[in-house]
Design a protein around this ligand. Structure first.
Ligand code: UDP
Length: 259
């Protein structure tokens, strides 16, 4: 899938596509209808990008993705600081819901892989209530043993989904997609969706809309799952890294040039 060079930005070594959610849904639609090849969507959040600074493999995975969305306020802010603003935040769950609404309308087959046993089935049942006619062609939980991995892939190949949502947590889901999407012979769009199946199954509640709009969804997640606090320590470190590279670095550069 082509994304023009003007839309693809670079942030701390990773690509970011400056596309709105509606635009991406539209592109994915064109892709599915034209049955071209496989498409790998990665939703880039600050936690992933910060970790990628020390683990180049994660940057490589992002480089392999056909679409990289700015997932979260932190990435949207960082793009603005870098002087390359993006139109909006595109989270995994919002993009997933946008794609599912289209899937119900156009009859695209959907496969849900990941989360604890039973969660993907509950999510599928809720989604079919929300989007009547949504074709869910298969589900598999995300705690399969290494020796079961081939069976999981065989099931996906057999069910021939057009949309494959993978909820194994980052970066495991991105590794899984990069390794396995090329092994699926039929055209397919694959996307990592983190904890979205838990939300869609109703096991975890998403932040109320006012919190999402106030850009404090992270606070809600912290209150819901206090064990996440350690992971959230990354946010200030990420902000500092961005300031250092795109503000201080630039100022120092200008000062050096003047001397
Ligand atoms: N998960 C899984 N298999 C694993 C580890 C995690 O299916 O071996 C699931 C987990 O149950 C959850 C999701 O992956 O549904 C990850 O959620 P989390 O919120 O940690 O992911 P993030 O949004 O931070 O990527």
């Amino acid at each position: 899938m082509e994304t023009g060079p003007d839309e693809r930005l670079e942030l701390l070594g990773a690509p970011v596509d400056a596309l709105s959610c509606a635009w991406i849904v539209d592109r994915v639609g064109q892709f599915i209808e034209s049955q071209l090849r496989r498409c790998f969507i990665l939703t880039l959040n600050p936690e992933y990008l910060y970790r990628a600074q020390r683990e180049p493999e994660l940057l490589e995975l992002a480089g392999q993705a056909d679409i990289v969305t700015p997932d979260g306020t932190g990435i949207v802010w960082a793009c603005a600081v870098a002087g390359t603003p993006v139109p909006e935040r595109v989270t995994g769950i919002d993009l997933m819901l946008g794609l599912l609404a289209e899937a119900a309308r156009r009859g695209w087959r959907v496969y849900l892989l990941g989360a604890a046993p039973g969660v993907a089935d509950e999510a599928a049942a809720n989604l079919q209530r929300r989007f009547p006619g949504l074709p869910v062609c298969g589900t598999w939980h995300g705690y399969f043993a290494p020796q079961e991995a081939e069976q999981v892939l065989a099931d996906i190949v057999e069910k021939r989904p057009q949309l494959l949502f993978v909820a194994l947590g980052a970066p495991r889901q991105e590794r899984w997609l990069a390794e396995n999407l090329p092994r699926i012979p039929a055209p397919v769009v694959g996307m990592g969706v983190g904890g979205s199946l838990d939300v869609l199954a109703g096991r975890v509640r998403r932040a109320p809309l006012w919190m999402q709009k106030a850009h404090i969804e992270w606070l809600w997640r912290l209150l819901q799952e206090p064990r996440r606090w350690r992971r959230m320590l990354v946010l200030p470190k990420f902000a500092w890294l961005v300031m250092k590279k795109y503000k201080l670095g630039r100022r120092l550069g200008v000062r050096r040039k003047r001397q």
